[in-house]
Design a binder for this molecule. Structure first.
Ligand code: MN3
Length: 252
């Protein structure tokens, strides 16, 4: 598969940051000072500009997320964001080799609406796929991540309630996020459309460790208007090992 060559080249070209990206490990570059500065926690782990292979089969997330939804979501919606992003970076002369996707997102206000929608759309979905796995009833985090959740939200159940509310209350299309802020604390935020907390235009900034897509295209085939049922099922399909790795080293 061509992807192996791409991955080798990617690692060769990006060194440590590339390795961190391959392992999905966050790298803490800088902690911004002051409260209104653009993005707080930065990561040197670069998300590739190209759509990556789905790490499991389309039916792997059933019954939480059905195979038809996954196939359309990955091959149509997410693939289109990646294609449109490629067009935008060519048109707006972004050098992919010297500018990581994360860096681009952190200065997204300088670019077009097409760049904002599709850089966000591509990044958000790459994270979304990786943070999912075959559902296990009652799946929950462990270790340092669970301890941080209990410290910052009082309990895992309280965290779930707060995150679920953010996802349910996002009017129209958007995302709910678990982020690490520059105070190294976990926080729950939501963004409209394909925005995300790395963007300089985001109301609440931070490094996203988990994201939930609440666009209707993510759930409508199986759940129709019942977004809360989709959210309830999604909890069982979270890949907490992945989320833990992403948060390791940047949570206080
Ligand atoms: Mn989507």
């Amino acid at each position: 598969m061509a992807n192996n060559t791409n991955r080798r080249e990617f690692l060769k070209n990006t060194g440590k940051a590339g390795l961190a990206a391959a392992l999905a490990l966050p790298v803490l570059d800088t902690l911004a000072t002051g409260c209104n500065q653009a993005p707080t926690v930065k990561t040197g782990a670069a998300t590739p500009y190209e759509q990556q292979p789905l790490p499991y089969a389309y039916n792997a997330l059933e019954p939480a997320i059905d195979a038809a939804t996954m196939e359309i979501h990955y091959t149509k919606h997410a693939a289109t964001y990646a294609k449109n992003l490629a067009e935008a970076i060519t048109a707006e002369k972004v050098d992919k080799n010297s500018t990581s996707l994360e860096t681009l997102l952190s200065g997204i206000s300088k670019y077009s609406a097409k760049m904002r929608n599709n850089a966000g759309g591509h990044y958000n979905h790459e994270l979304f796929w990786q943070a999912l796995k075959t559902p296990v009833e009652g799946a929950k985090p462990a270790g340092k991540l669970l301890a941080a959740i209990e410290k910052d939200f009082n309990s895992f159940d309280a965290f779930k309630t707060q995150f679920g509310d953010a996802a349910k209350n996002r009017f129209g299309s958007g995302w709910a996020w678990l982020i690490v802020g520059n105070d190294k604390k976990l926080a729950i935020v939501s963004t409209p459309n394909q925005d995300n907390p790395l963007m300089d235009i985001a109301e609440a900034k931070g490094f996203p460790v988990l994201g939930l897509d609440v666009w209707e295209h993510a759930y409508y085939l199986k759940y129709q208007n019942k977004r809360p049922d989709y959210i309830a099922a999604w909890w069982n399909a979270i890949n907490w090992d992945f989320v833990q790795k992403r948060a390791a080293g940047i949570i206080g």
